[in-house]
Design a protein around this ligand. Structure first.
Ligand code: PXP
Length: 240
């Protein structure tokens, strides 16, 4: 069965819209865990546009499942990861001008750089995931660099405009998941997944976990966060 990790960045985005103290992503993380999430994901961006250093510090103290720190491989955030000791870091590309993470990381183009960083993380007992496109070259690079997990960027699949395009993207994810699993990588996915497009993803047995933020938070506005997380957990139970 595919498990659910909840990305809480959007809660912090709403807080930052007024620059106040609510809603608190830390409270959201606790509710998501109680509702069945197996992990809490947050992205500490260079510009701190949503999650900030205070959030990360308290999340480290309060998250009981698994804290997944999404981050760019910059010296500042690497140092913060080492001080915070999340169970897992997920390396993502980061651009100041983007609304959200766009596309996967090019691990293959900087293999030595990422290999060094993975070993640095492992020295501190932090597991490593790379957020990559479903491409053999990137899967090979992630495995060679020493990561134990890969998160496939599902955004192209999620944004497909026709069912043919969606099937094509799903096939890429399926084949890549099989290949990654054959290299002993744990396969996860995220970006753009929602209550409708999650079903075909559940037909890929190699997928062990999905990371979802926007769709769950969007539903939470109407039905509450506890219910929104439980609804997604229920779908994952039924479909996978
Ligand atoms: N995984 C990664 C690496 C991401 O950057 C994001 C977006 O923050 C997600 C998953 C969640 O995407 P969404 O908010 O579209 O569910």
């Amino acid at each position: 069965m595919i498990q659910l990790a909840i990305n809480i960045d959007h809660i912090a985005t709403i807080r930052e819209a007024r620059g106040g103290i609510e809603p608190d992503p830390v409270a959201g993380a606790a509710i998501a865990e109680l509702a069945g999430a197996v992990g809490i994901v947050c992205h500490l961006r260079e510009d701190r546009r949503h999650i900030n250093d205070r959030d990360l510090k308290i999340l480290r103290e309060t998250v009981k499942t698994k804290l997944d720190l999404e981050m760019a491989a910059t010296p500042e955030v690497i140092q913060i990861a080492i001080e915070t000791l999340p169970e897992l870091v997920t390396f993502v590309p980061e651009k100041r001008e983007e609304l959200t993470t766009e596309g996967g990381l090019n691990v293959a183009s900087k293999l030595h750089f990422y290999t060094d960083i993975v070993s640095q993380m492992h020295q501190h007992d932090i597991a490593v995931s790379f957020f990559i496109e479903p491409l053999t070259e990137q899967i090979n690079a992630a495995a060679t660099a020493g990561a134990e997990i890969i998160e496939f960027h599902t955004g192209t699949y999620a944004n497909a405009r026709t069912s043919i395009e969606q099937q094509t993207e799903l096939a890429k994810l399926r084949e890549s998941a099989m290949y990654a699993k054959s290299l002993n990588l744990k396969v996860t996915g995220g970006h753009g997944l929602n209550y409708v497009n999650i079903r075909p993803i559940c037909s890929i047995p190699e997928f062990e976990e999905v990371s979802i933020g926007h769709a769950v938070m969007a539903r939470a506005i109407f039905s509450g966060l506890d219910r929104a997380v439980r609804d997604m957990v229920d779908l994952l139970h039924v479909y996978s």
